[in-house]
Design a protein around this ligand. Sequence first.
Ligand code: S3P
Length: 429
Amino acid sequence: MSRKSVLIRPAKGIAGSVRLPGDKSISHRYAMLGGIAEGTTKLDNFSTGADCASTLGCIRSLGVNWERDGASVVIHGQGRSLRRPGAPLDCGNSGSTIRMLSGILAGQEFVTELTGDESLSRRPMARIIKPLQMMGANFESQEGGRPPLKLTGAKLKAIDYQLPVASAQVKTSILFGGLYAEGTTRVEEPIQTRDHGELALQAFGARVDRRMREVSIEGGQQLQGIEATVPGDISSAAFFLCAAGLFSGSELVIPGLLLNPTRARLLDFLVGLGLRVTMSDLQEQHGELVGSLQVEGGVLKGATIAGGDTAALIDEIPVLAAIAPYTTDGIEIRDARELRVKESDRIASVSTNLRAMGAEIEEFDDGLRIPGGQKLRGARLDSFGDHRIAMAFAVAALRAEGETEISGADAAVISYPEFFNTLESLVQR
Ligand code: S3P
Protein backbone atom coordinates (compact mmCIF):
# COMPACT_ATOMS: atom_id res chain seq x y z
CA MET A 1 0.00 0.00 0.00
CA SER A 2 1.20 3.53 -0.71
CA ARG A 3 1.90 5.75 2.28
CA LYS A 4 -0.02 8.97 1.82
CA SER A 5 -0.06 11.58 4.56
CA VAL A 6 -2.93 13.78 5.63
CA LEU A 7 -2.76 17.04 7.52
CA ILE A 8 -5.41 17.68 10.16
CA ARG A 9 -5.99 21.20 11.47
CA PRO A 10 -7.64 21.93 14.81
CA ALA A 11 -11.42 22.47 14.74
CA LYS A 12 -14.05 24.33 16.76
CA GLY A 13 -16.91 21.89 16.39
CA ILE A 14 -18.74 19.23 14.42
CA ALA A 15 -22.04 19.86 12.66
CA GLY A 16 -24.10 18.17 9.99
CA SER A 17 -25.63 14.92 8.90
CA VAL A 18 -23.81 11.83 7.69
CA ARG A 19 -24.99 8.48 6.33
CA LEU A 20 -22.44 5.73 6.84
CA PRO A 21 -21.42 3.11 4.27
CA GLY A 22 -22.65 -0.37 5.11
CA ASP A 23 -21.36 -2.18 8.17
CA LYS A 24 -18.19 -4.15 7.45
CA SER A 25 -19.08 -7.17 9.59
CA ILE A 26 -22.50 -7.56 7.96
CA SER A 27 -21.20 -6.91 4.42
CA HIS A 28 -18.63 -9.74 4.73
CA ARG A 29 -21.22 -12.18 6.04
CA TYR A 30 -23.94 -11.32 3.50
CA ALA A 31 -21.42 -11.61 0.64
CA MET A 32 -20.16 -15.01 1.78
CA LEU A 33 -23.62 -16.43 2.45
CA GLY A 34 -24.95 -14.90 -0.78
CA GLY A 35 -22.20 -16.84 -2.56
CA ILE A 36 -23.31 -20.22 -1.20
CA ALA A 37 -27.06 -19.51 -1.29
CA GLU A 38 -29.45 -20.60 -4.05
CA GLY A 39 -30.63 -17.69 -6.19
CA THR A 40 -29.70 -14.05 -6.29
CA THR A 41 -28.71 -11.79 -3.40
CA LYS A 42 -29.14 -8.04 -3.90
CA LEU A 43 -27.27 -5.84 -1.45
CA ASP A 44 -27.50 -2.06 -1.20
CA ASN A 45 -25.17 0.15 0.85
CA PHE A 46 -22.52 -2.59 0.76
CA SER A 47 -19.33 -1.59 2.61
CA THR A 48 -17.06 0.56 0.44
CA GLY A 49 -13.96 -0.66 2.31
CA ALA A 50 -11.13 -2.65 0.75
CA ASP A 51 -11.67 -5.47 3.27
CA CYS A 52 -15.12 -6.33 1.92
CA ALA A 53 -13.75 -6.00 -1.61
CA SER A 54 -11.26 -8.73 -0.60
CA THR A 55 -14.18 -10.97 0.35
CA LEU A 56 -15.87 -10.28 -3.00
CA GLY A 57 -12.60 -11.01 -4.84
CA CYS A 58 -12.21 -14.33 -3.01
CA ILE A 59 -15.75 -15.51 -3.72
CA ARG A 60 -15.32 -14.63 -7.41
CA SER A 61 -12.21 -16.90 -7.48
CA LEU A 62 -14.42 -19.60 -5.94
CA GLY A 63 -16.81 -19.47 -8.91
CA VAL A 64 -19.38 -16.98 -7.58
CA ASN A 65 -20.38 -14.34 -10.13
CA TRP A 66 -21.37 -10.89 -8.94
CA GLU A 67 -21.78 -7.40 -10.33
CA ARG A 68 -21.13 -4.22 -8.45
CA ASP A 69 -22.38 -0.72 -9.18
CA GLY A 70 -21.03 1.56 -6.45
CA ALA A 71 -22.52 0.38 -3.18
CA SER A 72 -24.98 -2.03 -4.87
CA VAL A 73 -23.83 -5.61 -5.28
CA VAL A 74 -25.77 -8.41 -6.96
CA ILE A 75 -24.44 -11.88 -6.14
CA HIS A 76 -25.44 -14.94 -8.13
CA GLY A 77 -25.40 -17.70 -5.55
CA GLN A 78 -23.60 -20.90 -6.50
CA GLY A 79 -25.25 -23.08 -3.90
CA ARG A 80 -23.29 -25.04 -1.32
CA SER A 81 -20.53 -26.33 -3.64
CA LEU A 82 -17.95 -23.82 -4.75
CA ARG A 83 -15.30 -24.19 -7.46
CA ARG A 84 -11.66 -24.93 -6.71
CA PRO A 85 -9.74 -21.65 -7.20
CA GLY A 86 -6.94 -21.56 -9.79
CA ALA A 87 -4.62 -19.51 -7.57
CA PRO A 88 -4.19 -18.65 -3.87
CA LEU A 89 -7.02 -16.47 -2.50
CA ASP A 90 -5.78 -13.00 -1.56
CA CYS A 91 -7.48 -11.89 1.66
CA GLY A 92 -5.55 -8.60 1.69
CA ASN A 93 -5.64 -7.00 5.15
CA SER A 94 -8.83 -8.77 6.15
CA GLY A 95 -8.87 -11.08 9.17
CA SER A 96 -12.64 -11.42 8.72
CA THR A 97 -12.20 -12.76 5.19
CA ILE A 98 -9.58 -15.37 5.98
CA ARG A 99 -11.20 -16.56 9.22
CA MET A 100 -14.87 -16.67 8.22
CA LEU A 101 -14.34 -17.91 4.66
CA SER A 102 -12.22 -20.76 6.08
CA GLY A 103 -15.38 -22.09 7.73
CA ILE A 104 -17.06 -22.42 4.32
CA LEU A 105 -13.90 -23.73 2.64
CA ALA A 106 -13.48 -26.39 5.33
CA GLY A 107 -16.62 -28.01 3.90
CA GLN A 108 -15.49 -27.91 0.24
CA GLU A 109 -13.77 -31.02 -1.00
CA PHE A 110 -10.73 -29.26 -2.51
CA VAL A 111 -7.55 -27.54 -1.42
CA THR A 112 -7.44 -23.74 -1.06
CA GLU A 113 -4.47 -21.54 -0.29
CA LEU A 114 -5.24 -18.32 1.58
CA THR A 115 -2.79 -15.45 1.70
CA GLY A 116 -2.80 -11.81 2.75
CA ASP A 117 -0.67 -8.73 3.26
CA GLU A 118 2.16 -8.35 5.72
CA SER A 119 -0.16 -7.39 8.61
CA LEU A 120 -2.52 -10.33 8.01
CA SER A 121 0.47 -12.67 7.79
CA ARG A 122 1.32 -11.79 11.40
CA ARG A 123 -2.17 -12.53 12.78
CA PRO A 124 -3.08 -15.68 14.72
CA MET A 125 -5.14 -18.29 12.90
CA ALA A 126 -4.78 -21.21 15.34
CA ARG A 127 -8.11 -20.08 16.80
CA ILE A 128 -9.92 -21.21 13.62
CA ILE A 129 -7.51 -23.97 12.64
CA LYS A 130 -8.14 -25.94 15.84
CA PRO A 131 -11.95 -26.19 15.70
CA LEU A 132 -12.11 -26.62 11.91
CA GLN A 133 -9.53 -29.44 12.17
CA MET A 134 -11.65 -31.05 14.87
CA MET A 135 -14.49 -30.97 12.32
CA GLY A 136 -12.31 -32.82 9.78
CA ALA A 137 -10.59 -30.18 7.64
CA ASN A 138 -6.80 -30.06 7.41
CA PHE A 139 -4.59 -26.98 7.59
CA GLU A 140 -0.97 -26.21 6.92
CA SER A 141 0.16 -22.85 8.27
CA GLN A 142 3.30 -20.86 8.97
CA GLU A 143 5.03 -20.77 12.34
CA GLY A 144 2.62 -20.07 15.19
CA GLY A 145 -0.45 -20.79 13.02
CA ARG A 146 0.01 -17.72 10.79
CA PRO A 147 -1.03 -17.26 7.14
CA PRO A 148 -0.48 -18.21 4.35
CA LEU A 149 -2.77 -21.18 5.02
CA LYS A 150 -3.27 -24.31 2.94
CA LEU A 151 -6.72 -25.64 3.73
CA THR A 152 -7.88 -29.08 2.64
CA GLY A 153 -11.65 -29.31 2.92
CA ALA A 154 -13.47 -32.50 3.83
CA LYS A 155 -16.81 -34.01 4.76
CA LEU A 156 -17.18 -32.34 8.12
CA LYS A 157 -18.63 -33.65 11.36
CA ALA A 158 -20.33 -31.49 13.97
CA ILE A 159 -18.48 -30.43 17.13
CA ASP A 160 -19.33 -28.97 20.51
CA TYR A 161 -16.87 -26.16 21.01
CA GLN A 162 -16.11 -23.71 23.81
CA LEU A 163 -14.31 -20.69 22.41
CA PRO A 164 -11.16 -19.99 24.43
CA VAL A 165 -11.04 -16.37 23.13
CA ALA A 166 -14.12 -14.16 22.73
CA SER A 167 -14.18 -13.76 18.93
CA ALA A 168 -17.17 -13.25 16.65
CA GLN A 169 -15.02 -14.12 13.65
CA VAL A 170 -14.17 -17.52 15.10
CA LYS A 171 -17.77 -18.15 16.23
CA THR A 172 -18.99 -17.31 12.72
CA SER A 173 -16.32 -19.45 11.05
CA ILE A 174 -17.38 -22.51 13.07
CA LEU A 175 -21.09 -21.87 12.39
CA PHE A 176 -20.38 -21.54 8.64
CA GLY A 177 -18.47 -24.84 8.85
CA GLY A 178 -21.44 -26.24 10.77
CA LEU A 179 -23.63 -25.70 7.70
CA TYR A 180 -21.52 -28.39 5.99
CA ALA A 181 -21.18 -30.76 8.94
CA GLU A 182 -23.07 -33.91 9.68
CA GLY A 183 -25.01 -33.33 12.90
CA THR A 184 -25.50 -30.25 15.06
CA THR A 185 -22.56 -27.96 15.70
CA ARG A 186 -22.63 -26.07 18.99
CA VAL A 187 -20.48 -23.08 19.93
CA GLU A 188 -20.27 -21.54 23.38
CA GLU A 189 -18.54 -18.22 23.88
CA PRO A 190 -17.01 -16.87 27.12
CA ILE A 191 -18.56 -13.42 26.60
CA GLN A 192 -21.27 -12.57 24.12
CA THR A 193 -19.75 -11.12 20.94
CA ARG A 194 -21.46 -9.52 17.94
CA ASP A 195 -24.18 -11.82 16.61
CA HIS A 196 -24.21 -10.88 12.91
CA GLY A 197 -23.19 -14.41 11.89
CA GLU A 198 -26.22 -15.94 13.58
CA LEU A 199 -28.57 -13.22 12.28
CA ALA A 200 -27.20 -13.47 8.74
CA LEU A 201 -27.62 -17.25 8.70
CA GLN A 202 -31.23 -16.79 9.83
CA ALA A 203 -31.79 -14.06 7.22
CA PHE A 204 -30.67 -16.48 4.50
CA GLY A 205 -33.17 -19.01 5.81
CA ALA A 206 -31.09 -21.24 8.09
CA ARG A 207 -32.44 -22.49 11.40
CA VAL A 208 -30.10 -21.41 14.17
CA ASP A 209 -30.75 -22.18 17.82
CA ARG A 210 -29.62 -19.39 20.15
CA ARG A 211 -29.61 -19.27 23.92
CA MET A 212 -27.50 -16.79 25.90
CA ARG A 213 -23.87 -17.45 24.99
CA GLU A 214 -24.60 -20.67 23.10
CA VAL A 215 -25.43 -21.09 19.41
CA SER A 216 -26.11 -24.26 17.45
CA ILE A 217 -26.75 -25.05 13.83
CA GLU A 218 -27.78 -28.25 12.11
CA GLY A 219 -25.70 -29.25 9.11
CA GLY A 220 -26.97 -29.79 5.57
CA GLN A 221 -29.21 -26.70 5.37
CA GLN A 222 -29.65 -24.88 2.08
CA LEU A 223 -29.62 -21.07 2.06
CA GLN A 224 -31.78 -18.77 -0.10
CA GLY A 225 -30.64 -15.43 -1.50
CA ILE A 226 -31.96 -12.19 0.05
CA GLU A 227 -32.49 -8.52 -0.77
CA ALA A 228 -31.05 -6.23 1.87
CA THR A 229 -29.77 -2.76 2.58
CA VAL A 230 -26.73 -3.02 4.80
CA PRO A 231 -27.13 -0.73 7.84
CA GLY A 232 -24.54 2.05 8.34
CA ASP A 233 -21.33 0.94 10.05
CA ILE A 234 -21.43 1.91 13.74
CA SER A 235 -17.68 1.35 14.14
CA SER A 236 -17.08 3.97 11.42
CA ALA A 237 -19.68 6.26 13.02
CA ALA A 238 -17.64 6.02 16.25
CA PHE A 239 -15.07 8.45 14.82
CA PHE A 240 -17.67 11.15 14.23
CA LEU A 241 -19.45 10.47 17.51
CA CYS A 242 -16.18 10.90 19.39
CA ALA A 243 -15.32 14.00 17.35
CA ALA A 244 -18.72 15.50 18.27
CA GLY A 245 -18.04 14.62 21.91
CA LEU A 246 -14.90 16.76 21.88
CA PHE A 247 -16.78 20.03 21.37
CA SER A 248 -19.78 21.20 23.38
CA GLY A 249 -22.28 22.65 20.95
CA SER A 250 -21.58 20.02 18.29
CA GLU A 251 -24.66 18.62 16.56
CA LEU A 252 -24.59 15.52 14.43
CA VAL A 253 -27.33 13.47 12.75
CA ILE A 254 -26.69 9.89 11.56
CA PRO A 255 -29.60 8.17 9.75
CA GLY A 256 -29.78 4.47 8.86
CA LEU A 257 -27.22 3.37 11.44
CA LEU A 258 -26.71 -0.19 12.70
CA LEU A 259 -27.90 -0.28 16.33
CA ASN A 260 -27.61 -4.04 16.98
CA PRO A 261 -27.35 -4.34 20.80
CA THR A 262 -24.13 -6.40 20.51
CA ARG A 263 -22.53 -3.40 18.79
CA ALA A 264 -24.32 -0.45 20.37
CA ARG A 265 -22.51 -0.64 23.75
CA LEU A 266 -20.53 2.25 22.25
CA LEU A 267 -23.60 4.47 22.60
CA ASP A 268 -24.18 3.53 26.25
CA PHE A 269 -20.53 4.22 26.88
CA LEU A 270 -20.53 7.62 25.17
CA VAL A 271 -23.75 8.63 26.94
CA GLY A 272 -22.05 7.65 30.23
CA LEU A 273 -19.14 9.89 29.27
CA GLY A 274 -21.45 12.85 28.64
CA LEU A 275 -22.59 12.77 25.00
CA ARG A 276 -26.33 13.43 24.51
CA VAL A 277 -27.83 10.86 22.12
CA THR A 278 -31.41 10.53 20.87
CA MET A 279 -32.55 7.56 18.78
CA SER A 280 -35.45 7.58 16.35
CA ASP A 281 -36.95 5.64 13.41
CA LEU A 282 -36.01 2.27 14.92
CA GLN A 283 -36.63 -0.64 12.56
CA GLU A 284 -35.60 -4.25 12.24
CA GLN A 285 -34.04 -5.33 8.93
CA HIS A 286 -33.21 -9.04 8.59
CA GLY A 287 -32.95 -9.24 12.38
CA GLU A 288 -30.61 -6.25 12.61
CA LEU A 289 -31.75 -3.16 14.53
CA VAL A 290 -31.36 0.06 12.53
CA GLY A 291 -32.19 3.65 13.45
CA SER A 292 -31.27 7.31 13.35
CA LEU A 293 -29.14 9.13 15.89
CA GLN A 294 -29.11 12.75 16.92
CA VAL A 295 -26.07 13.65 18.91
CA GLU A 296 -25.01 16.71 20.91
CA GLY A 297 -21.53 17.20 22.30
CA GLY A 298 -20.96 18.15 25.93
CA VAL A 299 -18.22 17.77 28.49
CA LEU A 300 -16.79 14.26 28.54
CA LYS A 301 -16.16 12.75 31.98
CA GLY A 302 -14.13 9.55 32.41
CA ALA A 303 -14.61 5.78 32.52
CA THR A 304 -13.06 2.34 32.76
CA ILE A 305 -13.44 -0.23 29.98
CA ALA A 306 -12.89 -3.80 31.17
CA GLY A 307 -14.28 -7.35 30.94
CA GLY A 308 -17.30 -7.74 28.64
CA ASP A 309 -17.21 -4.02 27.76
CA THR A 310 -13.77 -4.47 26.24
CA ALA A 311 -15.03 -7.23 23.92
CA ALA A 312 -18.11 -5.15 23.02
CA LEU A 313 -16.00 -2.06 22.21
CA ILE A 314 -13.04 -3.86 20.68
CA ASP A 315 -12.98 -1.91 17.38
CA GLU A 316 -13.82 1.42 19.01
CA ILE A 317 -11.10 1.39 21.68
CA PRO A 318 -8.49 3.13 19.46
CA VAL A 319 -10.68 6.22 19.03
CA LEU A 320 -11.90 6.16 22.65
CA ALA A 321 -8.26 6.05 23.77
CA ALA A 322 -7.35 8.83 21.35
CA ILE A 323 -9.93 11.22 22.88
CA ALA A 324 -9.28 10.09 26.48
CA PRO A 325 -6.78 12.86 27.32
CA TYR A 326 -9.50 15.44 26.59
CA THR A 327 -11.97 13.89 29.07
CA THR A 328 -12.03 15.33 32.56
CA ASP A 329 -11.23 12.09 34.43
CA GLY A 330 -9.42 9.94 31.87
CA ILE A 331 -10.09 6.46 30.52
CA GLU A 332 -8.60 3.18 31.67
CA ILE A 333 -8.74 0.17 29.34
CA ARG A 334 -8.08 -3.37 30.65
CA ASP A 335 -8.59 -6.98 29.47
CA ALA A 336 -7.69 -5.82 25.97
CA ARG A 337 -4.75 -8.12 25.13
CA GLU A 338 -6.59 -8.94 21.85
CA LEU A 339 -5.75 -5.42 20.66
CA ARG A 340 -2.12 -6.51 20.34
CA VAL A 341 -3.01 -8.90 17.50
CA LYS A 342 -5.30 -6.67 15.43
CA GLU A 343 -4.24 -4.96 12.16
CA SER A 344 -1.42 -3.44 14.25
CA ASP A 345 -0.53 -3.82 17.93
CA ARG A 346 -3.17 -1.24 18.77
CA ILE A 347 -2.02 -0.74 22.36
CA ALA A 348 1.48 0.15 21.13
CA SER A 349 0.18 2.24 18.19
CA VAL A 350 -2.09 4.31 20.44
CA SER A 351 0.65 4.78 23.07
CA THR A 352 3.24 5.90 20.52
CA ASN A 353 0.92 8.43 18.89
CA LEU A 354 -0.50 9.81 22.14
CA ARG A 355 3.02 10.26 23.53
CA ALA A 356 4.07 12.01 20.30
CA MET A 357 1.22 14.49 20.96
CA GLY A 358 2.62 15.10 24.43
CA ALA A 359 0.13 12.99 26.41
CA GLU A 360 0.99 11.27 29.62
CA ILE A 361 -0.14 7.62 29.57
CA GLU A 362 0.58 4.30 31.21
CA GLU A 363 0.77 1.14 29.09
CA PHE A 364 -0.06 -2.34 30.40
CA ASP A 365 0.17 -5.73 28.76
CA ASP A 366 -3.62 -5.73 28.45
CA GLY A 367 -4.46 -2.06 28.13
CA LEU A 368 -3.80 1.60 28.87
CA ARG A 369 -4.42 4.20 31.55
CA ILE A 370 -4.87 7.65 30.05
CA PRO A 371 -5.34 10.49 32.53
CA GLY A 372 -7.84 13.21 31.64
CA GLY A 373 -7.50 16.98 31.64
CA GLN A 374 -4.53 16.97 29.26
CA LYS A 375 -3.70 19.39 26.46
CA LEU A 376 -2.24 17.77 23.36
CA ARG A 377 -0.13 19.36 20.65
CA GLY A 378 -0.22 18.59 16.93
CA ALA A 379 2.52 16.17 15.90
CA ARG A 380 3.80 13.86 13.18
CA LEU A 381 2.06 10.55 13.67
CA ASP A 382 1.94 7.18 11.95
CA SER A 383 -1.05 4.99 11.10
CA PHE A 384 1.16 1.89 11.54
CA GLY A 385 -0.69 0.66 8.44
CA ASP A 386 -3.85 0.36 10.55
CA HIS A 387 -7.10 1.96 9.33
CA ARG A 388 -8.57 2.53 12.78
CA ILE A 389 -5.37 4.15 14.08
CA ALA A 390 -5.31 6.57 11.11
CA MET A 391 -8.93 7.63 11.74
CA ALA A 392 -8.66 7.70 15.56
CA PHE A 393 -5.80 10.19 15.46
CA ALA A 394 -7.49 12.40 12.88
CA VAL A 395 -10.15 12.82 15.60
CA ALA A 396 -7.62 13.45 18.39
CA ALA A 397 -5.91 16.03 16.16
CA LEU A 398 -9.09 18.15 15.98
CA ARG A 399 -8.60 19.37 19.54
CA ALA A 400 -4.81 19.55 19.59
CA GLU A 401 -2.84 22.77 19.46
CA GLY A 402 -1.33 23.05 15.98
CA GLU A 403 -1.46 20.78 12.96
CA THR A 404 -1.05 17.01 12.91
CA GLU A 405 0.39 15.03 10.04
CA ILE A 406 -0.60 11.37 9.87
CA SER A 407 1.54 9.32 7.54
CA GLY A 408 0.07 6.18 6.03
CA ALA A 409 -3.38 7.71 6.53
CA ASP A 410 -4.59 6.01 3.33
CA ALA A 411 -4.90 2.85 5.44
CA ALA A 412 -8.43 4.20 6.07
CA VAL A 413 -9.45 2.62 2.73
CA ILE A 414 -9.57 -0.72 4.51
CA SER A 415 -12.88 0.10 6.18
CA TYR A 416 -13.85 3.66 5.19
CA PRO A 417 -12.30 5.20 2.04
CA GLU A 418 -14.46 8.35 2.28
CA PHE A 419 -13.48 9.07 5.90
CA PHE A 420 -11.19 12.11 5.54
CA ASN A 421 -13.49 13.89 3.07
CA THR A 422 -16.53 13.26 5.23
CA LEU A 423 -14.70 14.42 8.37
CA GLU A 424 -13.71 17.67 6.62
CA SER A 425 -17.33 18.22 5.56
CA LEU A 426 -18.49 17.96 9.20
CA VAL A 427 -15.75 19.98 10.85
CA GLN A 428 -16.26 23.65 11.81
CA ARG A 429 -13.25 25.92 12.00
C1 S3P B 1 -15.38 -8.86 13.65
C2 S3P B 1 -15.05 -9.24 14.92
C3 S3P B 1 -13.96 -8.62 15.67
C4 S3P B 1 -13.60 -7.27 15.11
C5 S3P B 1 -13.44 -7.27 13.63
C6 S3P B 1 -14.72 -7.75 12.95
C7 S3P B 1 -16.46 -9.58 12.96
O1 S3P B 1 -12.83 -9.46 15.60
O2 S3P B 1 -12.41 -6.79 15.71
O3 S3P B 1 -13.13 -5.97 13.16
O4 S3P B 1 -16.97 -9.10 11.94
O5 S3P B 1 -16.83 -10.66 13.45
P1 S3P B 1 -12.69 -10.73 16.59
O6 S3P B 1 -13.88 -11.55 16.40
O7 S3P B 1 -11.44 -11.45 16.16
O8 S3P B 1 -12.56 -10.11 17.95
